[in-house]
Design a protein around this ligand. Structure first.
Ligand code: ZN
Length: 249
């Protein structure tokens, strides 16, 4: 008998699964609001139509399914054979008929969810490797998926908004992006991010040893839009020109 519920004992992981599933539902809702001809329109991502984006999100679920299967079986199955294979797959997916594209999305979602649901409690800690070569526990696939579905639902460009993102998502991703810039040694603007809807929370981009940093303030979700390189709204900077965020991915 296959278990009908997750084999998850860690409440934090259970919360992450819920966040990913809510994001998946949000992505599917935005996708279902698009007519077939609208699928060929541009996404908010440079050079990608919605077809490319939907194919990418579908194939991403399959790639994360492979990592989850790796955790379950111990047989190494990488997310993608190579970056080239990943890109070719997306370009191919973008040529699928609307019905096939919608089927890819739905089927990939169901398959990943089944693998997560049936993964034994201890296997969530099994080590797997991401496409970037990071060694992570299988539980990381849940957060990786949450990021994809929530942000790419907005990138579909049919009314999804950063303001729809749950606070727990925003408050995890923004510091993660800031930490990534620092870990990579990126040149960051001398800036403090100050969410106006979070008590006492701020993110410092620089050591600011020489000069008083500028403050960029506004809703936390819009600061995430800025940090993730997406269109933002309602931010105020005490410098004349709002600095551009370093690249994220
Ligand atoms: Zn993506």
């Amino acid at each position: 008998m296959t278990a009908r519920t997750d084999n998850v004992t860690d409440p934090a992981l259970a919360a992450q699964l819920l966040l990913a599933r809510r994001g998946t539902a949000y992505f599917s809702r935005k996708l279902n609001e698009l007519s077939d001809p609208e699928l060929s329109g541009p996404s908010l991502l440079d050079g990608w139509t919605r077809r490319h984006l939907i194919a990418h999100v579908g194939y991403n679920a399959r790639a994360l399914t492979r990592l989850t299967e790796w955790a379950a079986t111990g047989v190494e199955t990488p997310m993608y054979a190579s970056p080239q294979q990943r890109n070719e797959e997306i370009n191919f997916g973008a040529t699928l008929s609307p019905v096939a594209l919608r089927h890819l999305s739905e089927h990939a979602i169901v398959h990943l969810n089944v693998e997560w649901r049936d993964l034994p409690a201890e296997a969530w800690q099994a080590q797997v490797k991401t496409a970037q070569g990071r060694i992570v526990p299988a539980s990381e696939t849940v957060w990786m998926r949450a990021r994809e579905v929530w942000l790419h639902a907005i990138d579909l460009g049919n009314g999804g908004s950063m303001n729809d993102l749950p606070n727990e998502f925003v408050d995890r991703l923004t510091p993660e992006i800031v930490a990534l810039w620092k870990a990579r040694g990126d040149t960051v603007p001398n800036l403090v991010l100050r969410p106006t809807d979070r008590d006492g929370l701020e993110y410092r981009l620089d050591d600011a040893t020489l000069q008083q940093p500028a403050v960029l303030r506004g809703p936390a979700a819009q600061l995430l839009a800025w940090a993730s390189g997406r269109p933002w709204d309602g931010l105020e900077c005490d410098r004349e020109v709002t600095p551009v965020a370093p690249r994220w991915l």
